[in-house]
Design a protein around this ligand. Sequence first.
Ligand code: LLP
Length: 866
Amino acid sequence: MTNPAPFPHIWTVLKFGGVSVAKPENWTVIAELAKTRLKQDQPGKKIKVLIVHSAIADVSNRLEALPDQALAGDVGDLIADLKQTHLDFAAAAGLDGATLLTKPFATLDHLTAGIALVREASPRIRAELLALGEQMAGMLGLERLKQEGLDPAKLDARDALEAVSYGLDAGSYLSNTVSDGPDPALQDRLSDADLVLTQGFVARNNRGETVLLGRGGSDTSAAYFAAKLNAAKLEIWTDVPGLFSADPRLTPGARLLKALSYEEAQEIATMGGKVLHPRCIGPVRRAGVPVEVRSTLQPGLAGTMITSKPGDDAPQLKAVSVKSGLRLVVMEGAGMWRQVGFLADVFACFKQCDVSVDLVSTSETNVTVSLDPEPGLNQNRLDRLRTVLEPLCRVKIIEDAAAVSLVGYGVRRILHKLAPALEMFQNKPIRLVSQAANDLNFTVVVDGAEGRSLAARLHEELIAPAPSSPVFGPSWAEINHTESTRTQGAKSWWITKRNALLDRAPETGGRYVYDLETVAGRARDVASMISVDRTFFAMKANAHPEVLKTIWTAGLGFECVSPGEIKHLITLFPDLDPGRILFTPNFAARHEYAAALELGVNLTIDGLHPLTEWPEMFKRTELILRINPDRPRGHHQHVQTAGPRAKFGIPLDQLDTARQAAANAGAKVIGLHAHAGSGVVDAAHWREMGAILARAAEDFEDVRLLNVGGGLGVPDSTQASALDLKAVDALLGALKHVPPGYEIWMEPGRYLVAEAGVLLSRVTQIKQAFGTRFIGLGAGMNSLIRPALYGARHEIVNLTRFDHPGVSLVSIVGPICENADILGTDRLMPETEEDDVIAITGAGAYGAVMASRYNLREPADEAVIR
Ligand code: LLP
């Protein structure tokens, strides 16, 4: 639709919900958004901004409860609380709330007293009361905008929005509609103001009385204003970043929908997405005003854009929603087939009983309809419905059904893809199937208990794996990951020492930087475990000299797996007592054992071969035997070092043979060892290892120590659960009481160093291809192979722009000629530029030590900070 009058300006309408206006500081964001838009003037056209706001969060709920409380004669606390909410806001903003809000406070008292007096709360009075919420928020908001240096004109929405129907029933006061054609008179009236502030939710009727647009009506107000002003855009600012492909509270994998058609948005809003009020779509659709839904909490993140186009021309499933608490009315009768007027008769009964029908399905002998949950639909009304229907057919009412809907343009053409997900319904009934005539919605109704799992399954199979595209943005989980990395990351050493890191960032390639303070802290934590007698750092995790010195200073020993590691230690610490080294090789050559025995280090044997084939070597030696505890554990199959597929340790059923072989060789078995895998966060794991070892030790008279291994995991994101070291200590403590009282040894690697290291690298190039955005780094899988090898997750942050909000979903890749050279996929990153410094966190363990010169590219070098 074109602008009917040639006004030399364009309006942008910004709507802010209850959470977005609840605190004084939120109005700084509102002011900033208004300022940026006001600055976007186009040649010959001035941009003007209309702000539509809600009441402060939860105020409308409390105002809604007020009349009934007044009727019950008990409003004292409620009124005082309502006033206090606004006075608190004023105080926090440095405003004189009592003076500013004298008038609405007086109206609040007066209306409530009136209700108590006449013992009646008419819809008209209820509407007046509820409208106070927006009025109070508007008065405070106006002052806050002035404090931010703006000069908004105040428009009372009731002077601009006139209700269409003006009967005098409750509906026309509490849930009204407004005409939404272009309104040149309004445009004219506002022509002098650049910035206007007005309330949502309220309008007036032709008697000049206050009426409301229904709960959630602020969106609708904003849509009316946008249509009337023929706005260039309506921006709905709320507390979530847009519409999602499923309810994110139930489905963390729900994807942000970047583009929707009006019709799709309407379906999603109607099917239970609470972000947008369904009524607000009509006015903007008719006026052709694009709508953008965004979050005031993450203002940098592009949200959902709703226009006449679905974002992608191909038919595409965009959302799965569940509506619970439905009732089904199943009507059966043999005689209904081809019986003229049967359906008309049936539906007349629903009309007669004032019951609204949602979905319908019919067959020769059965008509089933669904009824939406509605508070007023009580047993009496249902009984009445049954009574009037029963002369026509047999009636069964099924309570607690759930409708699972698939929404997306062209849904009929993709139905075949549903088959695998629907397989779970082999033995469970699908009560009703409905495919909407508009080809946007396919719904199955199932028993209430199945609704959520079916929706989750359908989402997981059909939507979650979609690559990022013009339609699908980041998942809810990813947005929260990024958010919590930003908030919790702020406490991490790599943020407090950010400037030092930026100074050390390499120009090319990559650089590992280790924070020795963090290493020392972890070493202290481990060393202070009461139940553990000796701790050996598994130096395969990180062999940097400064890191090793820090751990050495904390008094720990070292677990080595090669002569190279031992030599490295001796070079670093020439006076090292060999007793501080624990050598645990696997399939090593004979001479490595001989050399270790020569040095006098602790030696662990993890197979029969050395004992049976080279017995002479072990004469009069003390040995530790590594068993295979047959409990594979760890973050990935590749790091599970126990169980039938593992090459490590002596299976328990060969332990007798091993004992015999050791005895034959003249060796004394002084300890038993087990290590089941790496990256374990369940504290009970080490108790389990201890128990297995203690049981095995019963057959060894000289065993005095049990080495319960390493494997202590660290969280791979700020949201993942962390290992409780104190719990490990307590659980192992119990083991110490097992007779004869074993010494407990441990050999953690990752735990001491992972979080102490970041891999720094600069952005080389940025590429957009097939809907994926790639950010290239100088460092790749030759520096950090964990993502490629184990699918490991490392939080990745743009250190240069750590404070900037995430705006797009990207894959972070390196320069190596392998498709697997990906350091992270689907990460929400801020606007990023060439040469920005990127930090891959949690990279202090198994990073540099596993690097290679593949492609003859030098891997990242290493540095430390303190
Ligand atoms: N003890 C033994 C016998 C081990 O084999 C290992 C690690 C450890 C202790 C130390 O485990 P930690 O506490 O670090 O989890 N490259 C893989 C990890 C391989 C672990 C090998 N053995 C990764 O990057 O996840």
